[in-house]
Ligand binder design. Structure first.
Ligand code: DGJ
Length: 723
C-alpha cells in the first residue's frame, strides 16, 4: 500500500512487514525518513530533523551547503553542496556539472509499468509511486519509481532521467537507487569470487569511508556481485536487521556503502559511471535499471525468503517458470571439443536407459571448432562431426525419448571466422589497436543493429532446423576495447550499456518466438548470474566448478539470494576436472539436488556401480523437485564458517514437508553426535523421519540428534513429513 499525507508531506510505502518512508524539507528536497519494521503513522516528518542545524535553505540560504551535505537525500545529486556519493551527474554544453533536484510532483497508480528494454520485476497485485524531481534552472528531470507487491516484502525502485532542458547534455553518471540510514554500527555483506569460485560470502565492519563492490568487466562478473547489504552487528540467520540492495542488471555496476562524517550511512547502486556517458538531446529519456530493496528485522532468513519469492513470483517468466525442468546430461566435461554423432548418441543411449531426459550438446558443433580458438560467429553445423546435421542427430536423440539442447555463444567472434573476414568492423575495437583477445576471441559490437539481427537470424535458423528444446547461452570473456566503429565520438560512452540492451533484446526476441524453449544463461560458469538474466532464463549455470565441496560454498552464496530452481547444478566425474578432488557419487548427487539437476560426465565411462545410482538420484530429484522449486530455504550451518560440515533445509510453504541436507566435508575424531535445530516447521504438528516421530517444537527448539558420519565428503538428505 502507498499513501501520501498532504499535511505532513510524507510518502509511505508499506510491504507485508516493512515501511519505507520519504518526506520533503522546505517542501522541496525529497529526503529519506525511514525504512524498517512496519509503522502505523504517516505523521513522521519530525524524523527529518528539520528545524535544527543545519537549517533548511529557506531559513539559512547563507549556509545551504551544510544542509545539502547532511540531508538524507532520496536521490543524491552533486556539484552544488552534497559532497557524499552522488547518484547523478549531468554535464551541460558548457562542460559544467551541477544539479539541484527538487520535488515537482507525484502520482500513485495500480500495477507496475515495464522498464523499456530492461529486465524488471513484473506486476501482479502491485502499486507504484512515481515522484518527479526537477532542476529548476534547466528543466532537467528525474522520475523516481517505487513499487510494492501485495505478496512481497520487497520494494523495487528505478530512476529515469528526462532531458527537459533546451540543450544537449551528457549523463556521466546515472545510478538507480540511494538509501540513507542512521549509522548503527552496520556491517557490510557482499559476494565475491572469481571464475570457478563465484559468490562467496564476505562480511566486514564498516568504518568511516566507503566499501565498494563493482564491475567494469561489461558483465556483472564472477568477481563481484551486484548485491550489497548493511546488517546490524548482531545479525544472524534468525535475528537482527538487514538492508539489502540487489541490482536487476547484467553489466557494469557500482554498489557502495559510505559512512559519513555525520554518522549516517548512504548506500547507492547503479550502472557503473566508469565507461558510461549517455548523450541526451532535448526531450530524450534515459531509463536506469531496477534495484530491489529488502528489509528484514528477523535476520538473513527473511531476506533470503523475500528475494526467493520475489524472483519466483515476479521476475522469472516463461513456460518453465513453475514447471519441472528436464534432467539433462551435458557433454562438456565428457568430451570437451572431441565429439561426433556416434559419441553423443552413445552417451544419449546410456543416459536415456537410466532415465535422463535431455541431451545437451555443448561447445564445438559448428564451423571447424575443435578447440576454443575458432569459428565463433559461423553458426553452421560441422558435418564432419555431425553427418546429416542437427536434423539427424536430434531425430535420433528424440527417438530415444530424450529432448535435445544446444550450446551457443552468440555474442562472440573468432579472429579466424568467416564472419570476421567479412566484417572486421563487427568486433568491439579501439581505433588503431588490435583488440585484446581473451580465450582467443573477440566480442561482437552489439551496439550495431545489423549485428544484432545477424546473431538473431543465426540462432533462429538453427532452431528451425531441428526439434531443439533448450539453449545454453554462453559468454566466455569480459568486454575490453570498448569502442564501436559505428557510434559517433560523443556516443562511445554508451557502448557498454547499449551492449547489454542488445543482449536483452536478443533474449527477448528468442523467448518470444520460441516460448517453449528452456533457456539457461551461462557466462564461463556464473559470470553473469544476476537478476537481470533471470528475467529471460529461469535457470543459470552456477559455476564451472562442479566439485561437491567447492559447490557448497558457491551454492551457499548463490542461495542467499536466488531460489534453487534458478541454480544450474550438475553431477560431474571424479577426480574433479577443476580441483582434482574425489568425492563419492552419492555426495555429488545430494549437493546437485539443491538446484536445477543434471549430469556433466561421460555416462558410458563411469563405473557400473556409479551408473546404478543414477536412476535413484533421478527419482529422488523428481520426488523433491516441486519442494525444491517452491519451498523456503533455511541455512542451518555453514562449512564456510565451521570448516567441517554444511547443513541446510528446504520446507514446503504449507510446512508439511522438510528436507534436511547434511554434508560432512571433513571427518573429525572423538566428537559426539550433532544436534541440529530445524526451522520453519509447524510447532504444533508431529513429523516423521526414518520411521520415527518428532514434535515440531522439539525439532525446532531442542533439535534433532544426527549420528556422527564417518569419513570425509559424506552426505545425507532426510525427509521430515507431517503426520
Ligand atoms: C564455459 C561454460 O561455463 C562451460 O560449461 C562450457 O559450456 C564452456 N564454456 C564451453 O566453451
Amino acid at each position: 500500500m502507498i499513501v501520501y499525507n498532504e499535511q505532513t508531506n510524507v510518502f509511505k510505502l508499506d510491504t507485508q512487514s516493512a515501511s519505507y518512508v520519504m518526506g520533503l524539507a522546505d517542501g522541496r528536497y525529497l529526503g529519506h525518513i525511514y525504512y524498517g519494521k512496519k509503522l502505523k503513522s504517516t505523521d513522521l516528518s519530525d524524523l527529518l530533523r528539520i528545524g535544527e542545524n543545519p537549517f533548511v535553505p529557506s531559513e539559512n540560504a547563507r549556509d545551504k551547503a551544510s544542509f545539502l551535505d547532511c540531508y538524507p537525500m532520496e536521490f543524491s545529486f552533486g556539484g552544488t553542496g552534497d559532497f557524499r556519493e552522488s547518484c547523478i551527474e549531468v554535464l551541460n554544453e558548457q562542460g559544467q556539472a551541477g544539479l539541484e533536484l527538487t520535488f515537482e510532483g507525484y502520482r500513485i497508480y495500480k500495477g507496475k509499468d515495464a522498464l523499456e528494454g530492461l529486465p524488471a520485476t513484473w506486476g501482479g497485485d502491485s502499486e507504484t509511486l512515481e515522484i518527479t524531481l526537477s532542476d529548476a534552472p534547466t528543466g532537467f528531470k528525474v522520475l523516481l519509481s517505487y513499487s510494492v507487491f501485495a505478496d512481497s516484502d520487497a520494494v523495487v525502485r528505478s530512476a529515469k532521467a528526462v532531458n527537459g532542458s533546451a540543450q544537449t547534455v551528457y549523463l556521466n553518471r546515472m545510478l538507480s537507487a540511494c538509501l540513507e540510514m542512521d549509522e548503527e554500527a552496520f556491517e557490510i555483506l557482499s559476494l565475491h569470487g572469481s571464475w570457478a569460485r563465484e559468490r562467496k560470502i564476505q562480511r566486514q565492519p564498516l568504518g568511516y569511508g566507503s566499501i565498494v563492490t563493482e564491475s567494469i568487466r561489461g558483465i556483472s562478473s564472477h568477481q563481484d556481485h551486484p548485491f550489497l547489504a548493511a546488517v546490524s552487528a548482531d545479525c544472524t540467520q534468525t535475528a537482527g536487521e538487514v538492508y539489502a540492495m540487489h541490482f536487476v542488471y547484467s553489466g557494469n555496476f557500482l554498489a557502495k556503502a559510505q559512512k559519513t562524517a555525520a554518522d549516517t550511512l548512504r548506500m547507492v547502486m547503479g550502472i557503473h559511471p566508469k565507461q558510461f556517458c549517455w548523450k541526451l538531446e532535448p526531450g530524450q529519456v534515459f531509463q536506469a535499471p531496477e534495484t530491489v530493496l529488502v528489509y528484514s528485522g528477523e535476520g538473513l532468513d527473511h531476506m533470503t525468503h523475500t528475494f526467493h519469492d520475489l524472483y519466483r513470483n515476479h521476475l522469472i517468466r516463461g513456460s518453465y517458470k513453475d514447471k519441472e525442468r528436464p534432467v539433462l546430461i551435458n557433454n562438456w566435461e565428457a568430451t570437451y571439443f572431441d565429439f561426433d554423432t556416434d559419441k553423443l548418441l552413445s552417451i544419449a543411449r546410456e543416459a536415456a536407459a537410466l532415465g535422463i531426459e535431455m541431451l545437451v550438446m555443448d561447445d564445438g558443433w559448428f564451423g571447424h571448432r575443435d578447440s576454443d580458438n575458432s569459428s565463433l560467429g559461423d553458426w553452421t553445423v560441422n558435418e564432419k562431426k555431425l553427418p546429416g546435421g542437427l536434423h539427424d542427430l536430434v531425430g535420433e536423440v528424440n527417438r530415444l525419448g530424450m529432448k535435445f539442447g544446444i550450446w551457443f555463444e552468440p555474442e562472440m567472434i573468432s579472429p579466424d571466422s568467416k564472419l570476421f573476414a567479412m566484417h572486421p568492423d563487427w568486433a568491439l575495437q579501439l581505433k588503431g589497436r588490435v583488440p585484446t583477445q581473451a580465450r582467443e576471441q573477440w566480442v561482437l559490437d552489439l551496439s550495431r543493429p545489423e549485428v544484432v539481427d545477424y546473431v538473431y537470424e543465426c540462432l533462429r535458423a538453427v532452431l528451425h532446423t531441428a526439434n531443439i528444446a533448450y539453449i545454453k547461452w554462453d559468454m566466455n570473456r569480459p568486454l575490453t576495447d570498448i569502442g564501436s566503429s559505428s557510434l559517433p565520438p560523443q556516443r562511445q560512452g554508451e557502448l557498454s550499456h547499449r551492449y547489454m540492451l542488445a543482449v536483452y533484446e536478443l533474449q527477448e526476441r528468442l523467448i518470444t518466438e520460441f516460448p517453449d524453449l528452456l533457456l539457461e544463461n551461462c557466462t564461463s560458469g556464473g559470470g553473469r548470474f544476476d537478476p537481470g538474466m533471470l528475467y529471460y532464463s529461469p535457470q543459470i549455470w552456477c559455476s564451472d566448478d562442479t566439485d561437491a565441496v567447492e559447490r557448497l560454498l558457491i551454492q551457499e552464496g548463490t542461495q542467499l539470494l536466488y531460489p534453487m530452481s534458478a541454480i544450474g547444478a550438475h553431477v560431474s566425474d571424479c577426480p574433479n576436472h577443476i580441483v582434482g578432488r574425489n568425492t563419492p557419487f552419492e555426495t555429488r548427487g545430494i549437493v546437485a539436488l539443491a538446484g536445477a539437476f543434471g549430469y556433466e560426465l561421460d555416462i558410458t565411462k563411469i563405473s557400473s556401480q556409479e551408473r546404478t545410482l543414477v536412476p535413484g538420484q533421478i527419482a529422488q530429484y523428481k520426488k523433491y523437485a516441486p519442494l525444491i522449486r517452491e519451498g523456503d530455504y533455511y541455512r542451518l550451518a555453514s562449512y564456510r564458517e565451521n570448516h567441517q560440515y554444511d547443513c541446510y533445509e528446504i520446507v514446503s510453504k504449507d510446512r508439511s514437508t522438510a528436507l534436511l541436507f547434511l554434508i560432512q566435508v571433513l571427518g573429525e575424531p572423538n566428537r559426539r553426535s550433532r544436534k541440529l535445530k530445524l526451522r520453519g516447521l509447524d510447532a504444533d504438528a508431529q513429523y516423521e523421519a526414518d520411521g520415527k516421530r518428532y514434535d515440531g517444537d522439539t525439532l525446532m527448539h531442542a533439535g534433532f540428534v544426527h549420528k556422527r558420519m564417518h569419513g570425509d565428503f559424506q552426505a545425507e538428505v532426510i525427509e521430515f513429513r507431517r503426520v
